[in-house]
Design a protein around this ligand. Sequence first.
Ligand SMILES: Nc1ncnc2c1ncn2[C@@H]1O[C@H](COP(=O)(O)OP(=O)(O)OP(=O)(O)O)[C@@H](O)[C@H]1O
Length: 258
Amino acid sequence: MSTPLLEVRDLRKVFAEFVAVDRVSFTVPAGGSLAVVGESGSGKTTCARIVTGLERATSGAVLLNGEVVTDRRRRASVVQMVFQDPYLSLDRRQVVRDCLGEVLAHHDRAVDRRRRAARIAELLELVGLDQRLGTALPRHLSGGQRQRVAIARALAANPKLLVLDEAVAALDVSIQAQILNLLVDARAATGVAYLFITHDLSVVRHVCEDVVVMRGGRVVESGPVGAVLDTPSDEYTRRLIASVPRPGWTPSRAVRCD
Ligand SMILES: Nc1ncnc2c1ncn2[C@@H]1O[C@H](COP(=O)(O)OP(=O)(O)OP(=O)(O)O)[C@@H](O)[C@H]1O
């Protein structure tokens, strides 16, 4: 078997005495798409932050193309992260073009102004933003447009892996669908892989091929999305699926943690 793009091996994170992530392992192949699901507090974000280098694991390893990458710059050229709230992650004083240009300059100092402008235009098109919005400040953009900018900025580094942490959770449902479509298209166009962190099972099928279900810091089930969501083998996964709002859903069926 070929080396996965990302291998998370036996990851453990302890905050003071609290075990937030406990012996978690999973892989993402090059160009693949893995969802990490679970209710609030299950350890998803902690895993994502360790993968991107924002947090240090207590033990275990994160391998990128079979290698532990400690150099921040090298890691950033492979892994980029998209957060839930683009308004917090974008510089309020920076217009869209400069926001993207800064990343391009950081990752390829040799790139000249003309090529940089062409690449910015390409990125705006990739994320479905009108070229005229290149001169807009974040406050002049809608939530969906801001998240498109955040995705374009992450893709500007030409990464092999995007870690998306609840990247559509703050958006209206109709805008969520647009951003999910954009993510599907962007993956097809660039070959970038996704580690898609979400508490919302209804978005998983749309974007991901594989899924890991976490509970209390541990992986309780994993496999292809179709198999796990259609025929879950773990009771917790079954309850998580039953708690997804759909016609006929009642709050009393929401997931219980006993
Ligand atoms: N810096 C920290 N210090 C102490 N405890 C933490 C810290 N970060 C996370 N935790 C705890 O670790 C557990 C897992 O948190 P984490 O954010 O990874 O879960 P999650 O599944 O992503 O949930 P959510 O969707 O609510 O963010 C939680 O109980 C959280 O309170």
